[in-house]
Design a protein around this ligand. Sequence first.
Ligand code: CMC
Length: 430
Amino acid sequence: MSSTSSTLNVDDKSVELAVKEGTIGPSVVDISKLYGQTGMFTYDPGFTSTAACESKITYIDGDKGILLYRGYPIEQLAEHGDFLETCYLLLYGELPTAAQKADFDYRVTRHTMVHDQMNRFFTGFRRDAHPMAIMVGCVGALSAFYHDSTDISDPHQRMVASMRMIAKMPTLAAMAYKYHVGQPFVYPANELDYTSNFLRMCFAVPAEEYKVNPVLSRALDRIFILHADHEQNASTSTVRLAGSSGANPFACIAAGIACLWGPAHGGANEAALKMLEEIGTPDRIPEYIAKAKDKNDPFRLMGFGHRVYKNYDPRARIMQKTTHEVLNELGVKDDPLLEVAIELEQIALRDEYFVEKKLYPNIDFYSGITLKAMGFPTSMFTVLFALARTVGWIAQWSEMIEDPSQRIGRPRQLYTGSPKRDYVTVAQRG
Ligand code: CMC
């Protein structure tokens, strides 16, 4: 990283600020000394111009629609790689050799079971609890079950916690689903690969043999790759901020899951499918396009728009292809939701409002149709996102802990409340 400098004139003061350059992407002005030298903060609600950290993990060029994990294009990883290989890449920075891959797969696989008392923890939830509510609770509760991997100053414990999190997330997600639908939990089967094992834990029942469909397993594995990391988005920043105080990794990931749940973030896949179902038929699309454009109507086209991508989300292209593969495999000839989605996309991409604001389909636009066809209920969509994003959260959390310049995250504010005033008793208040 090379450095130059820039001069900022504030009132009568002139401040030299270092400009740091990354390997690709915009440079940053280092304002960490600004307050000390001028007594002023910067103001950037929503962090649209603020780099909160230095990172070597994921790069996005939102204008060109490029997404790289450790330098590798998402298209190549999705086409040729598998999810656990992507996990290794995100965690360690390089693609594994065959021996490293075998060892990593083995280590993850050996951690897939959860403490048996977790079963009882689940039964404390109502059956109609949203699976994301269960995930927030259960992942946070892992810190009460695995005390031997919560000391973040010990690299070995950090590594064990990372493995546990990646391995146990599918088990917990499947348990949340099984509990929700009132079926018995299915224990992990270690002879299966990561994603096939997850499908089995979700859809097998004790009454009959379950055979994993390799096409669906490969498709879901690809969906996991697409969701694995996305640099400093809201949930990842939440994980980093929670971790900056020294909180244990299980608690930090639970915080990330809570943030992901919102409809502007990971909850958009659920919201997008509900929207497509509500639209129902292509003839109603103009009505919904008009609603999305109406300033007085809070309705937004879910699965459209992105803070960073001002071009087609590269993940959405791969997702659309995966949707077709899954529907073909399942023999779904004419899916009315897919018909609405394709037509809606075409109309929006030609509409001046969406063109001018650079609003394109994002990853969540097609993911719901695919997951629904695979048999997942809408309420599980964001859980699957959380499962896949866990490795990104862990990789970003580890990078932060290992960064020697790491300090507790503590944003400042522009205070616009009342100046100091004196207390008045109730009797004196008008
Ligand atoms: N439908 C209609 N108008 C929209 C939409 C949309 N989906 N998204 C943005 N706009 C308009 C918005 O009204 C605003 O208009 P104006 O400038 O006239 O006030 C302009 O576009 C910019 O929007 P913004 O809210 O300032 O942009 P943002 O960067 O703060 O928000 C977003 C990004 C993803 C939250 C937003 O596009 C959105 O709410 N999309 C729908 C939810 C969604 O699909 N989220 C998934 C994101 S991808 C997966 C993930 O990261 O979790």
